[in-house]
Structures are given as structure tokens and as C-alpha cells.
Design a protein around this ligand. Sequence first.
Ligand SMILES: [Ca+2]
Ligand SMILES: [Ca+2]
Length: 167
Amino acid sequence: MKKVRGRCSTGGFTVLEVMLVTSMMMTVLATVSVGIRAGNSANEELRRRSVLTAMSSDLMDRLFSIRFGEPGDGEATAAQLSELFDDDDLLGNITLSGMRKPPGVPGYTFQFANFPYDGTWEVRVNADLNGDGDEDDAADGQGGLFRINLYYDGVLILESMRTSAGS
Ligand SMILES: [Ca+2]
Ligand SMILES: [Ca+2]
């Protein structure tokens, strides 16, 4: 029978045993390391989602706080949009009707200087309540009821509907 070479003179482990244990430990460490990294990125994604949800909720609050307006309201101006989405509590004289754009047309986009992520928000306001790309169906809003969709980097984060009743 062949003798295993490299046995320590002190009667400890053979080189083969040491290599085997080392290799097993490296495998375990690599697995643990991958697990930790996966956990960290999952935590970061959860944190990001919670920040986006909180921000979209704040934006939706603003869109429910401004006047609903009338069908003939002029298109929202850049100054009105800045006042609505900037950092102070003043929302200005913009109306939801002034923010309405036909379905399928890009909405109003903006970014926040102090936001932890540098993506782009987009708000779309239209009367396509059944979401089929037009405003002509009996089920659509016809000007007295709008769909409000909030996107972040093109992904829908929050949607709601607002009626002119009571505004
Ligand atoms: Ca403001
Ligand atoms: Ca429709």
C-alpha cells in the first residue's frame, strides 16, 4: 500500500488532510460571503422601494391638494410645475386639469436635488380610466374624473383617481 507523503513529523495532520480542510473552509467562506452580499443588496432594494413609496405618496398628496380646475385650463407652465414640486409647502396656482395630457403622451418629468436617488419622476394625468389608451370609452372620465399615474424611471410606482366633485 502506498504511503501518503508529507505527514508532519509531530504526528499531526497530513498535507492532504490540511488541503482538504482548507478547501472545505474556503467553500464555506465563499458561500457565506455570497449570502451576505445577496442579503445586503436585498436590504438596499427594500430601502429604495420604501423611499420611492414614501416620495410617491407625498407627490400624490400634492396632486390631491391643488385645485381640480376646469377643462379649459391652460397647459401647466414650467414655473407652476416648479412651485408644485419644489421643496417648500407652497403648491402655487396650478390645476390638475392644466396637467392633463392625452393618453400615451409622456407626462411631466422632474428630479429632486435632495433625493437619495438620481432617477426621473414622471406624472401623467388623463381621463383614460380603463387604461386602454384612449379617453373615448363610456367608462372614461370625460373631464370630471382623472387617472393620476406616478412613474419613477419609467416604472409605475403609484396610481390613483381623482374626481372634480368637492373641489
Ligand atoms: Ca412649492
Ligand atoms: Ca379608455
